[in-house]
Design a protein around this ligand. Structure first.
Ligand SMILES: [Zn+2]
Ligand SMILES: [Zn+2]
Ligand SMILES: [Zn+2]
Length: 294
């Protein structure tokens, strides 16, 4: 696990090109798995001691103070998805056309086709499929009964898509992705995924580097303790700390996003009630724990 300063150095080396992405990843993740906490490093403990205040920033209590993060770093994989999406958008903007036979091949290679049944007589979509009656199908448009519906060939559907991307017949999600996800897509969806794949292949390194720099930023921010508050044990368990923000009135204490001010800035009566409520809930929780009904 790198120290705070170690991470900052790594970020600048990667950003300037002094080291490449592979090396940066290796240095960052060396004997550290993603998601593993930094709690036990000496660096972390020392820096934490500098940041923790001598009283709770919500209720000003002093009992069992902890330093709580108000945000958590995103995963590298989340950033990869985010950055890939922006590259895909740019790519689509500058390469809106796809060669029809490329598209055709992509569909065949990546999808199973589950065609929509059509009436052989009037070509209406989705005739009624009957369980006990023979013939099995009834067209609700022309009342024709039949056993073997018509289907559009993939090539026909793709041609229709190239003529009119919004046509009703090409909107159905009748393509199922091969592989483990089995996603249902229509031809517009497939076109997006093809373009996204092209954008990704064309810019793999840039995407990964950008994502990794953002990931490093997040971790640096996390270790900087910028986005933390000191909370007592009671407040830490009573409040959703991810929803806390600095009180706009005193700019000194924290408040829940749903309240207009912090506890300290409430009128005397309300302040008392709020503090009692925190006490009460704590007592109530302790009672439940003792009785083991929680
Ligand atoms: Zn507190
Ligand atoms: Zn019909
Ligand atoms: Zn306040």
């Amino acid at each position: 696990m790198l120290t705070y300063n170690g991470l900052i150095e790594l970020r600048s080396k990667l950003a300037s090109g002094e080291i490449n992405l592979e090396l940066a990843k290796a240095q960052c993740w060396n004997d550290f798995k993603e998601g593993q906490r930094s709690w036990y490093t000496k660096d972390w403990k020392e820096r934490r001691a500098e940041f923790i205040k001598d009283k709770c920033e919500i209720c000003s209590g002093k009992e069992t103070l902890t330093l709580q993060h108000l945000s958590h770093p995103k995963r590298y994989s989340e950033y990869l998805i985010e950055i890939t999406r922006t590259y895909a958008k740019d790519y689509i903007g500058s390469n809106p056309q796809i060669d029809k036979s490329d598209f055709n091949n992509y569909v065949l290679r990546n999808y199973d086709y589950l065609p929509i049944p059509l009436c052989p007589n009037c070509k209406s979509r989705n005739p009624n499929k009957r369980i006990r009656k023979v013939p099995q199908y009834l067209c609700t448009e022309c009342r024709y009964e039949f056993d073997n519906p018509d289907y559009k060939a993939i090539e026909e559907l793709i041609s229709a898509f190239y003529e009119d991307k919004e046509a009703i017949e090409v909107r159905d999600k009748c393509f199922v992705s091969k592989g483990k996800w089995r996603n249902k897509h229509n031809l517009s969806n497939i076109r997006y995924w093809l373009q996204r794949e092209r954008a990704k292949n064309k810019n793999t390194e840039a995407i990964e580097k950008e994502a990794f720099l953002l990931y490093l930023n997040d971790n640096i921010k996390y270790l900087s303790f910028e986005d933390t508050i000191t909370a007592c044990k009671k407040c830490a368990s009573n409040f959703d700390l991810y929803n806390m923000e600095l009180c706009p009135k005193c700019k000194l204490y924290y408040k829940g996003a749903q309240y207009s001010t912090c506890i300290q800035c409430l009128p005397e009566e309300k302040r008392k009630a709020a503090l009692e409520k925190i006490e009460f809930r704590k007592g109530w929780q302790a009672m439940h724990e003792n009785l083991e009904i929680d």
